[in-house]
Design a binder for this molecule. Structure first.
Ligand code: XMP
Length: 527
């Protein structure tokens, strides 16, 4: 972790002039959500793993800490602890669930297993007011989640609120700005949790609301200039929002010294390649190299049916094509990437690596191979923030709100062999689905919606003729992020229209099915 953040400092971010709150992560699924809630208040926030060194915060003006929840019990000898430097900093600390119990334990109180585990909705009643609860009613609906309980408060602490099952639902040492919550203020099931967080950030920590898209752009442009000097930067555009916003920021900083490379792998959605060229070359006036590598990718995929092999062949081919082109750009020393904060946290965080479900395709390995330094202007942003920045930079809605699209493209939506003809069939079916989803006003509500071409042929009848064509799957999901997703309850008449049109308008297809699998256990893409 220390390594990652220090590296970040050397790249696009120097010392931040903004007040910051730091979330110390103890393995809660909500750590990033807490950070997002704080940033929604326009106050900068970073997440660090519990075992990070204090020096990872050198570039920040830290005003307070949040200790996240976590799956452990504090009395387990192996349980992660908060670093002493957190409590020695003299700054306010807010502990949430596990974080609260850690505070109690590390500051001299006592924590033990509760008689009853408490999960789900609860009502707390506050008996003592404090800056954290300012402006809130005495009774609050909250989302509890704990098995352990505090048996003895540390010196200086008092209980501020109780719930039916916990005599200490909120604890505080107001003097030191130490607060503990037995519930999750960051989830939607704690309706007034946002006010609680705002009370902490503003009232307790005194952190200003000075982290805005406008400030971000100005400072990032300066940081890019400082990093790149009079060097040349290369950027791979995918058509997605992340690389688009990253490239636009770099373009704003250094103009023509940025060269974008767009590799058309022939596995894009219908008309996507033209849209990318239109947007970046014609509208945004960027240097764009449009590489038509369609045949090359198709050859690499010939006779391949295994999903992992497809992904690996596509990844390797992309790197070869990109590298060959980048080498022709004289003096290119930097590679711009649209890496986002969740990837940074994930790759930096502790814990054993999880099983590889799918090989993800990116420019992995390129920076080392080509000896390029990274420019990653988005590495401290969440997706919704990237969209806000993009809007401020004047990028068109079609790019900002584009649904995510996998690097290996339609290849992982074509079950079986990928051929030019089958890509064409899928593009046609997919375009109909997208057109109808847009017409129904649902495009932005869906995390993703797309068609899949199966390798199953089925019998049908059209007019007086027997048909024997391919079955197409429709997939539409709603999600907050791609870790989990639920299949979208699309209106029947929309599905009916799409099915009719696909069977009538796309020759090779005579059947349409709708995928009703959530993730988990399914994944979003079929391969
Ligand atoms: P799965 O299918 O694993 O997908 O549920 C989760 C999200 O990731 C996208 N995806 C990819 N994105 N390169 C990417 O950049 C890839 O290789 C890749 N594979 C899947 C997928 O579209 C979904 O949003």
């Amino acid at each position: 972790m220390a390594e990652t953040l220090t590296e970040a400092e050397n790249t696009t971010t120097s010392r931040s002039p903004h007040a910051a709150i730091v979330v110390v992560d103890f393995g809660s699924q909500y750590s990033m959500l807490i950070a997002r809630r704080i940033r929604e208040l326009n106050t900068y926030c970073e997440v660090i793993p519990y075992n990070a060194e204090a020096s990872v915060l050198d570039h920040l003006d830290v005003r307070g800490f949040v200790l996240s929840g976590g799956p452990n019990s504090v009395y387990d000898p192996e349980a992660p602890r908060a670093a002493d430097w957190v409590f020695e900093s003299g700054l306010p600390v807010l502990g949430i669930c596990y974080g609260m119990q850690l505070m109690a334990d590390q500051l001299g109180g006592k924590v033990g297993p509760g008689r009853e585990r408490e999960f789900g909705p609860a009502t707390i009643t506050a008996s003592v007011n404090a800056p954290l609860l300012a402006g809130l009613p005495a009774e609050l609906d909250v989302w509890m989640s704990h098995g352990d309980r505090i048996e003895e408060l540390p010196a200086g602490f008092a209980s501020l609120a109780v719930s039916e099952n916990s005599p200490i639902a909120v604890m505080a040492d107001v003097e030191r700005g130490y607060y503990g919550l037995q519930f999750h203020p960051e989830v939607v099931h704690t309706p007034r949790g946002g006010e609680l967080i705002a009370n902490y950030v503003r009232g307790v920590c005194g952190a200003e609301a000075d982290w805005t898209p406008g400030n971000f752009i100005e400072e990032t442009v300066e940081a890019i200039l400082a990093q790149v000097g009079d060097g040349q930067v290369v950027c791979g555009l995918s058509g997605g929002v992340d690389s688009a916003v990253a490239a636009t920021l770099v373009h704003r900083a250094i103009g023509d010294r940025l060269t974008c490379i767009f590799v058309d792998n022939g596995l894009l959605r219908a008309r996507e390649a033209e849209e990318v060229v239109d947007t970046f070359e014609r509208n945004l006036h960027m240097n764009l190299r449009h590489i038509d590598a369609r045949q090359r990718f198709l050859s690499a995929l010939a006779e391949v049916t295994n999903p992992e092999t497809k992904r690996i062949r596509i990844g390797n081919t992309f790197i070869e094509v990109f590298e060959a082109e980048a080498k022709t750009i004289e003096g290119a020393r930097f590679l711009c990437q649209g890496t986002l904060y969740p990837d940074v946290i994930e790759s930096a965080s502790h814990g054993a690596g999880s099983a590889r479900i799918k090989s993800h395709h990116n420019v992995g390995g390129l920076p080392e191979r080509m000896d390029l330094d990274l420019v990653e202007p988005l590495r401290f942003l969440f997706k919704d923030e990237v969209r806000r920045i993009g809007a401020e930079l004047g990028l068109p809605d079609e790019i900002l709100w584009r649904q995510p699209f996998p690097g290996p493209g339609l290849a992982v939506r074509i079950i079986g062999e990928v051929t030019e003809e089958r890509v064409g069939v899928l593009q046609a079916a997919d375009a109909i689905f997208m057109e109808e989803v847009r017409a129904a006003g649902l495009y932005r509500d869906l995390w993703q919606s797309f068609a899949v071409l199966t390798d199953t042929r089925t019998v049908g009848v059209m007019g007086d003729f027997r048909t024997y064509g391919y079955a197409v799957g429709l997939r539409a999901v709603v999600a907050e992020d791609a870790m989990t997703a639920d299949w979208a309850r699309l209106p029947y008449d929309l599905l009916a229209r799409v099915s009719n049109r696909i069977v009538n308008e796309v020759d090779a297809v005579n059947r349409v099915v709708y995928d009703i699998t959530s993730k988990p256990p399914g994944t979003i893409e079929w391969e």
